[in-house]
Write a new protein. Structure first.
Length: 162
């Protein structure tokens, strides 16, 4: 689902194309195959974590994934969830987000894009705009070699504006 929103930013009117979900993560079977190629075991616990990520339209935290998986596998450990998420980040299948909440969130969309974060309910929405379009002048970046750029817009979603 794609929605269009008009916004004002520094006096310029912008048309933002916002996508609720950017599916970039491999399907469950593809993730299982990738684990096997890396010499890692495909366990029922890992498979359930993959399914929980596939079924999520949010940017879940490890705790969110753990809660979803314990509904089916109540004996799974939170450490297994953290290890599996870290493995997926290392393999480039998830992006770990630090949105200043004191916990990491995980994004299955690994393409460059921006985020909108609601300060009320903490909902995170993908904005399919390349953050690399923001360039620093040579005197601003000095001797830094820029590797990536993250852009996060903070505000209130329609539900939290009232």
């Amino acid at each position: 689902m794609t929605t269009f929103h008009e916004a004002l930013y520094n006096g310029y009117q912008l048309l933002l194309v916002i996508t609720q979900r950017c599916m970039a993560m491999r399907p469950v079977e593809g993730l299982c195959e990738l684990l096997r190629e890396k010499g890692l075991k495909v366990t029922p616990q890992r498979r359930m974590i993959f399914e929980a990520l596939q079924d999520s339209s949010e940017h879940p935290s490890a705790e969110d994934v753990y809660q979803a998986v314990t509904e089916v596998l109540p004996d799974i450990s939170v450490a297994t969830v953290y290890h599996t998420l870290n493995d997926l980040v290392t393999m480039g299948e998830l992006v770990e987000l630090d949105l200043g909440e004191g916990k990491a969130r995980y994004d299955p969309c690994t393409r460059a894009h921006c985020h909108l974060v609601c300060l009320g309910c903490h909902k995170v929405v993908d904005v399919m705009r390349d953050p690399d379009c923001l360039e620093l002048l040579p005197e601003q970046k000095g001797s830094f070699e820029i590797e990536r750029c993250e852009v996060v817009f903070y505000g209130r979603c329609p539900e939290c504006q009232g």
